[in-house]
Design a binder for this molecule. Structure first.
Ligand SMILES: Cc1cc2nc3c(=O)[nH]c(=O)nc-3n(C[C@H](O)[C@H](O)[C@H](O)COP(=O)(O)O)c2cc1C
Length: 154
């Protein structure tokens, strides 16, 4: 499978999670590209700088932090413009600060799925990691299982 991990990350948490997923999938012999959504200036100008093309992937893993209980504005802008393959297989990796999914993660996941809806995605899994939680390592393991162990899901 041709797999694209598309990630937005300002302080490295979501990027680290996505790099872990990339390494696992590469270890399984998959063809994986990790590409970053970037902005011109995180503090002063959050217009998009890099908006990776993603129409070539059979499977996309979107990596995003929660910002203001929601999908960050740059990710929303990226998803509004991006083109994905019709029927793309979709996984989502989310990091957040607060220690409850309802303080942003759940809503962010729903927004991400809604933004993909026009491509009729086959959603197969997601992970939400609370970066300051004592359960963080367990959450990371569960997230990795959810987005890298897709045998039998399609
Ligand atoms: C502007 C802003 C808004 C945030 N809003 C939330 C929030 O609503 N809920 C939450 O749990 N964490 C929130 N956070 C924390 C980030 O989601 C968390 O630190 C995340 O892991 C950052 O990911 P990154 O290092 O990949 O940028 C916010 C962070 C920023 C900078």
């Amino acid at each position: 499978m041709n797999i694209g991990i598309i990630v937005y990350s300002e302080t490295g948490n979501t990027l680290a999670l996505c790099e872990q997923a990339r390494d696992i999938l590469t270890g399984y012999g998959q063809n994986v590209t990790l590409a970053r959504i970037t902005v011109n200036d995180v503090k002063l100008d959050r217009t998009l700088r890099d908006a990776p093309a993603a129409g070539q992937y059979d499977l996309v893993i979107l990596g995003t932090p929660v910002q203001g209980f929601s999908l960050p504005v740059p990710v929303r802008e990226y998803l509004a413009r991006a083109e994905f393959a019709d029927g793309v297989k979709l996984g989502v990796l989310i990091t957040q600060y607060f220690k409850a999914d309802w303080l942003g993660g759940k809503q962010t996941l729903k927004q991400a799925r809604d933004a993909f809806a026009r491509f009729h995605p086959v959603f197969y899994g997601a992970g939400i990691v609370h970066v300051r939680s004592r359960k963080r390592d367990q959450q990371i393991n569960a997230a990795m299982r959810a987005v890298t162990n897709f045998e039998g899901k399609f």
